[in-house]
Design a protein around this ligand. Structure first.
Ligand SMILES: [Zn+2]
Ligand SMILES: [Zn+2]
Ligand SMILES: [Zn+2]
Ligand SMILES: [Zn+2]
Ligand SMILES: [Zn+2]
Ligand SMILES: [Zn+2]
Ligand SMILES: [Zn+2]
Length: 1759
């Protein structure tokens, strides 16, 4: 920002500091014109405090403002020192009655599903925890900011309105009292005048719209000449555009531009330039020019600095007022009075009005400040809340219009306060009656939708972008309407009735504009050119759904209102139908002697619309007439006689026919928009006020008609009249018309029509239609959902319609119909239908989609087969209709219906050609079944003397009328045995049986009851026969199954027997190895020893493996072609004890010594799949080539990065980045001879030291070749080569070329990944990295096994076993491909860290060496030295001595650092019983004494030997276990069986296996000769001294395993924690995506510009950046707002993982959409932890990305 034009920050006016608040206040007290006095003070001081330079300095400004401006006001207010005054106010004040806590963004809020009046009533966390609702069914959400806690508001809660904290005050404030009474007369007066002035000042400055001129009373003479170029926020331009533009316009860096943009986005404005007018104007014009091209330009103003200053102080003042009124209800009330007092200009001139009305002109920051003040003042004062509500309602239209044209989100608009006002029932009611609010809202809404068609209906087609934008925003008004209606009145006054009905009128006007909108015409010939707009209309419908339902609910509450509403609705519907029958000649239809007239109309040829809200509202009201019995009580008041049933059903019927025709494929050319409309018409979100109501409307109409007439009209609308009215038409039609499509079409239409009839008669589960209650309805929905399959809670919820409170009512009935099955580790909890509920299953349930129907049918048939029942799915027994609808059942026995049934059955009997379908028949059978059920039910419930008029059985046994065709019964009987109807056989049988039953009932009611009994018996016996047959078949099936099972188990037994032999053979093999060991002098008992001269001799086992690529088998040998394992190498911090370690410069870092904090290691993993090296290479080359082609074409991300050597295992798709060669135990190759006479440790150390020295001298010679060769020789004499040491000898590499190549390949990969450097196979660090990876991988596996309390050599997964074996052997063989000198050099250095050698300076002290890494390094480097040693000492002797030496160093390390609080350790392992003797204790005590001596007694005095031994034993265990694993894999020695089982700690067994004495201290005693001097050298190291003197820290042993952080049990406490977390970079701003690192517990501000940092030259988000410091590239996070686990690896890889939090239904809630309380699931957390410990995060991401390609497209690096 440095520019010469930039003026300096103006110097501070000293006089300000000398200001005295008390004095100023006194001056004001004496003033005659207080306003003038205060204004002068402000005019003078404000510009001196605020806006003194280009960048704001808020702290300084606030400090000065408090001192100079606010303090005098506080003095004035209190009349004394505010430090005393305010507490006095507070004391006099009653404790607050309302909580009113204003929510921060992301803060958790709670709503009680049982007690909240509506879902907008919420509690803050504190109140919730102190309320009785915490034990209820509650819902948890995170606040989007704004809104406040409703605790204490009696209107918000049905019960328990207060938490414990706010409870007390309620009883106290029973009597309404004036809060002003607590203030003295003069305080009141002073407050009043001061508040009036200050509030006015704030409003005036904030709403001031001139750019360089101040209000007259704030102008000062000596005005400065500085301006700001102020950039304002809009919702049009993106961050990137703003940042780019700013860099150009004001010449700032990208970072500064980001800061500007962030502030603009947050506060709504930010000055981007400061200086004279010209200078600012210039920036403005650049910005405007640069952003005006595509859209409207960014809003920029050049403003005089003093205006900005006054505005800033104005904001400060409003916050100040907000905090001052917190002291006392009295002060708050005065502020409310001041705010609402009418100003000079009459209506709308109060300060509150002025602010509200200029809302859309204010910037974001200013809006939120004053909105908050309103919430804490006007909405907290019960009296003024009402007055404010009136003001809000009066301004409603203006405010909403402002909002609609503004572009800010609703949460930043004053219009959003409607939720706070309208949801208060008493306020809503008052506003309806006094301000006619319902009408106002609806009219305002309609005003914004002026685009209409010729009939006055809404038209959304050809909306401009602006209209579409307005339409989106105006939808929030529907929400307001919902708020107003949400609480229903219990008492109706006449005014309320009147105003509600007025609102209802307006609402009908709105619906009328929707009735028939978006009409469509069937497209024939060509496909439509453009998909017509349909979404807008459906959006409107969807948003209005709840409002429509609520309108009906209101009507249902009052009989008078219901009657009036019904009349109004009917008259509007009649208007809509105006001209409906005009002109055209009606059509006459007749079948079976019935005839009816109808209009000529064809759905397939004329316009039809899906939108019929007026008809549907009438249908809803009609049901209410029935439900509330108004229809029977006041028939004279109802216009029932005016109803014209054909008119009522006409439009809904057209709509249903449309659906049928679409289904029949007749509307294919109308495109997807129609398909979508049909989908939503039936969808759970809309159907309640669309499809369902159309069915009801038909039921209504039909119940008032002759069913024959109705059916004829139905046939005509379905365009099927011809087929059924003409005898034999069907036959002709199938034979004459060859067009298959038409036949198919008609078949579908017939099916659909029959389905519709089934629905009309069968759907009686809406209260009012049938005699049921709401519970029955919901039960039925659930039963049918669960008939498809078991479902999780959330799935069920989704399939059920929600009411306006987002409740489905499911919880109250679910127990009755379903069992709950708990979730496993990965699944979800499931509900399963109770078996007894299956009898209520209706195959033709009207809410099934086609797919659901067929799934349900299949599932139910399967269930029946399993239960060995017949597979008929007969219609269930239905509840009776309400009287108003009772006549509907007569459809079933009407003549036309019987004719249709007969016709279809006839087709089926004749079975010729394709003119009928099975599903047609199935539906007819279902209808017959329904009729029979109906008749039986009527017979069974008939009261004596009454005649049952439903006589279907009689009619079905009569032959057809005109032509004497066979009766229905006869046809069924003949169909019973039709071979082509196998599937329907059971159903036909069921029908015939039911028919007989009914016949018996009828006969018995006319004759004696005995006959009936007899009849049943006969019936029974035939049923029994049936059953017996079924049983017999089942029995046969069972026997057959059993036989097969028996055969299979026989085979299995055989197999096991064979295997047994095999196993025994191997056992014998082991046993044959043991005797050899017995003969060895060392092992008295059978012991397996993994290393040293006593190493167990294992017979060479040949290993054959198969390549997964070419399927060829091959033996693993030294000479053969290399076989390799796919492997993945990664950096790891899983074991790290020090995450703060800054990463070193990879080029210089020396990894030779691993620090015991294990801060970063290199882990190698493998999926265990084996390939030929050359097969793999060919495979990898092809992957590479493919990837290059692909990237050029579409630059797709893949789950693997080929350029980094990554590929997927060709077999299991596991992410890999290199391969490990398979090898035989490499030691055996070099361990040529076994000499009997081996050096002891002391001798060996001496020899090795000499060898190292000799080599050092030789190296020096070589590196200085310019020195004369004579001198060379001289030196050679000087150095005494140890006996048998031949440094000039270079062994031949025993491996094949291919193996050598793979050794280099893997070594280089480990080096490259581990150090994050470019591959360089010559780098001397390559072997070190290989050894390190071997050591680190073993350590991490040892940790996992210990943590899971698994035995060390228990059954490891194959892939792990193979990986460790190959890794250990590879690392041991790697020296053969490295120059000898390099490895020898490493060995020398490693060796010198324990055995000092003057030539190596600066080696780490033993406290800073991880001993296992050291051991692995020494053992694996040693062959390089040993191969030149011909003295006769064996390689394994060296191994043993190295191991002993390192072990001793580790013991010393443990003792030096043992910080255990010695006394009172918990008893473990029963160690005391194991070691009654104190041999170890005495020895370790002795050793400890030596250590003390060597350290000059700085070491703490010796605690008891017992404690010391304990800590040595505990501390060394991990090391011993790692060593055992290491030597096991290295040398291929089988593990002793004892260690293969879990249980005791296996200390002795380990010692035996590792050739150690169980009393480890003996090692020191046996080798005291050399050890004493070594101990001395270790202890006298300076670092050790510093440590002991407390100057530095060191790792102590055993190291504890790293775990993921502890998470709270209740998820909301995490949300709460995160909501108070603010972005660490943008000063106190709330973070939008707070994200928790599960490894270290750091909270991060993710997915946000503010916290992006640069990493390796790229911008990355906070999470990615954190993975590099915390997890060396991989990370596990919890996105708190989303309740989602995030795995990240590198910059491009990531995936989401299911969180360890479950609700009571055993489901996770990713995205926190459902809001059920969530609780920690330990098992799932453990699972994530295990993935992490096993280094499987990257692999998991790979699999997730392979499975879901869209994951690869996410910009992970910016999270
Ligand atoms: Zn609260
Ligand atoms: Zn409370
Ligand atoms: Zn509750
Ligand atoms: Zn192969
Ligand atoms: Zn694999
Ligand atoms: Zn941030
Ligand atoms: Zn972390």
């Amino acid at each position: 920002m440095a520019s010469e034009l930039e003026p300096e920050v103006q110097a501070l006016d000293r006089s300000l500091l000398e200001c005295s608040a008390e004095e100023t206040a006194r001056k004001w007290l004496q003033a005659t014109d207080l306003t003038r006095e205060v204004y002068q003070h402000l005019a003078h001081c404000v510009p001196k405090i605020y806006c003194r330079g280009p960048n704001p300095s808020p702290q300084k400004e606030d400090m000065l403002a408090q001192h100079v401006l606010l303090a005098p006001m506080e003095w004035y207010l209190c009349g004394e020192d505010p430090a005393f005054g305010f507490p006095k106010f507070e004391q006099a004040n009653k404790p607050p009655r309302l909580c009113g806590r204003v929510f921060k963004v992301g803060e958790p809020t709670y709503s009680c599903r049982d007690c909240a009046v509506d879902p907008t009533c919420v509690l803050c966390m504190e109140c919730f925890l102190g309320s009785l609702h915490k034990d209820h069914r509650y819902r948890m959400t995170t606040s989007g900011g704004g809104g406040f806690c409703d605790c204490g508001d009696a209107e918000a809660w049905k019960v328990g309105p207060c938490c414990q904290k706010h409870e007390l005050s309620v009883s106290q404030v029973e009597e309404e009292e004036d809060p002003l009474e607590h203030l003295s007369e003069d305080v009141r007066a002073r407050t009043y005048s001061l508040f009036a002035i200050m509030f006015r000042y704030a409003v005036e400055t904030l709403t001031w719209d001139k750019e360089s001129q101040l209000p007259a009373d704030l102008e000062v003479a000596e005005k400065s000449d500085t301006y700001y170029c102020m950039l304002f926020n809009d919702e049009v331009h993106t961050y990137e555009q703003v940042i780019y533009t700013l860099q150009k316009a004001v010449n700032c860096t990208q970072k500064e531009a980001i800061a500007f943009a962030t502030t603009v986005d947050r506060d709504g404005r930010r000055s981007v330039r400061y200086g004279d007018f010209q200078y600012c104007e210039q920036a403005k014009s650049v910005i405007v020019r640069n952003t005006s091209r595509q859209t409207k330009p960014l809003q920029v103003h050049v403003m005089h600095s003093s205006i900005v200053a006054h505005q800033n102080f104005g904001l400060k003042l409003l916050s100040w007022l907000g905090s001052i009124i917190g002291y006392s209800d009295g002060l708050r009330r005065i502020l409310c009075q001041v705010g609402l007092q009418e100003g000079l200009y009459g209506e709308n001139s109060s300060l509150v009005d002025r602010l509200m009305l200029s809302d859309s002109k204010l910037w974001k920051g200013a809006r939120s400040v004053y909105h908050q003040l309103f919430m804490s003042s006007l909405l907290m004062d019960l009296k003024y809340k009402k007055l404010f509500a009136v003001r809000f309602a009066k301004n409603y239209e203006r405010l909403q219009s402002d909002y609609v044209t503004d572009d800010h989100d609703r949460e930043f608009s004053i219009a959003d306060l409607s939720v706070q006002i309208f949801t208060v029932p008493s306020l809503a009611r008052m506003l309806i009656t006094e301000e006619n609010l319902l009408t106002i809202i609806i009219r305002t809404f309609m005003d914004h939708l002026r685009h209409r068609d010729a009939q006055g209906r809404f038209q959304f087609e050809r909306y401009t972008a602006l209209q579409a934008f307005k339409f989106r925003r105006v939808q929030s008004l529907i929400l307001d309407l919902k708020y107003v209606l949400i609480s229903k009145p219990t008492v109706w006054s006449d005014e309320l009735r009147q105003k509600f009905l007025e609102g209802f009128d307006a609402f009908l006007e709105l619906l009328k504009c929707m009735q028939g909108m978006d009409p469509i015409t069937r497209q024939v010939g060509q496909h439509i050119e453009m998909e017509p707009e349909w979404e807008a209309a459906f959006t409107l419908q969807m948003k209005l759904t709840h409002v429509i339902s609520m309108m009906q609910d209101w009507c249902a509450l009052d009989e008078k209102v219901l009657i009036e509403a019904y009349k109004k609705c009917l008259s509007v519907l009649t208007q809509c139908h105006g001209g409906f029958t005009d002109g055209e000649q009606p059509l006459t239809l007749s079948i079976c002697g019935h005839s009816v007239e109808t209009i000529r109309y064809c759905v397939s040829q004329e316009k039809v619309s899906i939108h019929l809200p007026v008809s549907r509202l009438l249908a809803g009201l009609h049901v209410l007439l029935s439900k509330s019995e108004v229809a029977y009580k006041f028939p004279e008041l109802l216009p029932l006689s005016e109803l014209s049933p054909p008119m009522l059903i006409e439009h809904p019927l057209r709509c249903l026919v449309l659906c049928a025709q679409v289904h029949a494929g007749m509307w294919r050319r109308n495109g997807f928009s129609l398909v979508n409309q049909i989908y939503y018409y039936h969808n759970v979100k809309c159907r309640r006020e669309m499809f369902d109501k159309d069915i009801v409307m038909l039921q209504t109409g039909v119940s008032m008609m002759d069913p024959n007439h109705f059916l004829m009209i139905l046939l005509s609308r379905f365009e099927l009249y011809q087929i059924f009215s003409t005898p034999d038409y069907g036959k002709r039609f199938s034979s004459e018309i060859t067009h298959k499509d038409v036949v198919q079409q008609n078949n579908t239409l017939i099916e659909e029509m029959l389905y519709l009839i089934i629905m009309l008669v069968g759907e009686r589960f809406s209260p009012g239609v049938g005699q049921v209650n709401a519970t029955d309805e919901i039960k039925r929905e659930i039963i049918h959902q669960l008939s498809i399959k078991p479902m999780a809670h959330s799935e069920l919820v989704k399939s059920l319609p929600e009411d306006e409170n987002k409740e489905t009512g499911m919880e109250s009935v679910i127990e009755a119909v379903a069992h709950f099955k708990k979730p496993g580790l990965t699944g979800r909890g499931m509900y399963e239908l109770k078996p007894e509920c299956t009898k209520e299953f209706n195959l033709y349930f009207y809410h099934f989609s086609r797919a659901e129907q067929s799934k349900a049918e299949e599932a139910q048939r399967k269930l029946k087969r399993q239960n060995r029942e017949d597979t008929a799915l007969p219609p269930p027994v239905l509840p009776p209709f309400c009287p108003l609808f009772a006549s509907l059942v007569n459809i079933l026995q009407s003549d036309v219906m019987l004719c249709v049934m007969r016709t279809i059955l006839q087709w089926a009997v004749e079975h010729n050609g394709h003119a009928w379908s099975e599903s047609m028949l199935q539906r007819v059978l279902h209808l017959i079944g329904m009729a029979l059920q109906e008749e039986r039910q009527q017979l069974e419930s008939v009261v004596e003397e009454h005649v049952v008029t439903f006589t279907f059985t009689q009619k079905m046994s009569k032959p057809g009328e005109p032509d004497n065709s066979p009766s229905i019964l006869a046809m069924l009987e003949s169909l019973q045995n039709a071979p082509y109807l196998q599937v329907h056989k059971d159903m036909i049988r069921w029908i015939l049986k039911t028919f007989n039953t009914i016949k018996k009932i009828r006969e018995s009611s006319s004759t004696s009851p005995l006959a009936e009994a007899e009849g049943t018996i006969m019936e029974e016996s035939s049923r029994d026969k049936d059953k017996a047959e079924r049983k017999r078949k089942a029995e046969i099936a069972r026997l057959r199954r059993e036989k097969i099972m028996a055969q299979m188990s026989e085979m299995q037994r055989h197999f096991i027997d064979e295997n047994k032999e095999l196993f025994q053979q191997t056992l014998e093999l082991d046993a044959s190895a043991s005797p050899a060991l017995d003969s060895s002098p060392m092992a008295a008992d059978v012991t397996l020893t993994a290393l040293g001269p006593a190493q167990a001799q294992v017979p060479e086992q040949r290993q054959f493996v198969t390549c997964i690529l070419c399927q060829e088998e091959q033996e693993v040998t030294m000479e053969s072609r290399a076989m390799v394992l796919a492997a993945f190498v990664q950096r790891s911090t899983v074991l790290s004890k020090n995450r703060s370690e800054a990463s070193q410069d990879p080029e210089k870092y020396d990894p030779l010594f691993m620090h015991p904090d294990l801060s970063c290691g290199t882990h190698t993993g493998s999926c265990g799949h084996i390939m030929h090296a050359h097969c793999w290479q060919r495979y990898f080359d092809s992957v590479q080539a493919k990837e290059q082609r692909r990237q050029q074409r579409l630059r797709l991300h893949t789950s693997y990065d080929v350029e980094n050597g990554e590929f997927l295992c060709p077999l299991c798709e596991c992410l890999s980045n290199t391969v490990i060669p398979l090898l035989l135990p490499p030691r055996n190759i070099f361990n040529r001879l076994n000499f009997s006479d081996q050096p002891n440790l002391t001798q060996w150390i001496r020899t090795v030291s000499q060898q190292i020295k000799a080599l050092l001298v030789l190296r020096k010679e070589e590196s200085t070749p310019n020195i004369a060769s004579s001198k060379n020789l001289e030196n050679m004499d000087e150095l005494q080569l140890p006996e048998g040491f031949r440094p000039d000898f270079h062994p031949k590499n025993p491996y094949s070329e291919s193996i050598k190549e793979m050794l280099t390949t893997f070594g280089t990969a480990v080096y490259k990944v581990g150090l994050k450097v470019h591959p360089n196979e010559e780098d001397p660090r390559v072997p070190v990295m290989c050894w390190g990876s071997c050591a680190y991988t073993i350590q991490s596996i040892e940790r996992i096994l210990s943590d899971e309390e698994k035995p060390l050599f228990g059954p490891l997964p194959c892939r792990l076993d193979d990986c460790l074996r190959s890794l250990a052997r590879f690392a041991a063989a790697h020296w053969t491909v490295t120059p000898l000198a390099v490895v020898q050099g490493h060995f020398g250095k490693l060796f010198s860290s324990l055995v000092p050698n003057d030539s190596y300076g600066n080696l780490p002290c033993i406290l800073d060496i991880d001993m296992f890494h050291l051991l692995v390094g020494l053992v694996l480097a040693f062959p390089a030295l040993h191969c030149q040693d011909f003295s006769g000492s064996s390689l394994s002797t060296g191994d043993l001595h190295i191991f002993h030496l390192v072990t001793m160093a580790h013991i010393v390390q443990i003792l030096l650092t043992s910080r255990t609080v010695f006394p009172c350790l918990p008893e473990e392992d029963g160690m005391d019983q194991e070691h009654p003797s104190g041999g170890e204790e005495a020895a370790v005590l002795d050793l400890y004494r030596t250590l003390r001596q060597c350290t000059g007694s700085v070491l703490r005095a010796a605690p008891s030997g017992w404690h010391l031994w304990r800590s040595v034993r505990a501390g060394i265990m991990p090391f011993l276990k790692c060593s055992a694993l290491f030597f096991h894999y290295l040398n291929g020695i089988p593990s002793p069986s004892d260690i293969q089982v879990s249980g005791t700690s296996h200390f002795e067994h380990l010692c035996n296996y590792l050739s150690l004495p169980t009393n480890l201290i003996c090692l020191f005693q046996e080798n005291s000769e050399i050890m004493n001097s070594l101990i001395e050298s270790w202890c006298q190291n300076n670092e050790v001294k510093r440590y002991l003197e407390g100057e530095r820290d060191a790792i102590s042993y055993p190291r504890e395993s790293n775990k993921l952080i502890d998470l709270p049990e209740d998820y909301s406490s995490l949300i709460n924690q995160a909501s108070s977390f603010s972005c660490p970079k943008s000063g106190g701003d709330k973070s939008r995506a707070p994200t928790l690192c599960l490894v270290c517990g750091t909270l991060l501000c993710s997915q946000s510009y503010c916290c992006q940092t640069e990493l390796e030259g790229e911008d990355v988000g906070a999470c990615t950046a954190h993975t590099y410091s915390c997890g060396s590239g991989a990370g596990i996070f919890l996105r708190v707002r989303e309740c989602q686990v995030l795995f990240l690896a590198g910059k491009t890889k990531g995936c989401f993982y299911s969180p360890p939090y479950l609700d009571d239904y055993g489901e996770t809630d990713q995205g926190l959409r459902r809001g059920n309380p969530l609780h920690l699931c330990q098992e799932r957390l453990q699972k994530i932890q295990k993935l992490w410990q096993q280094h499987s995060i990257t692999e998991e991401i790979g699999h997730a990305q392979e499975a879901n390609q869209s994951l690869a497209g996410i910009d992970w690096q910016h999270l």
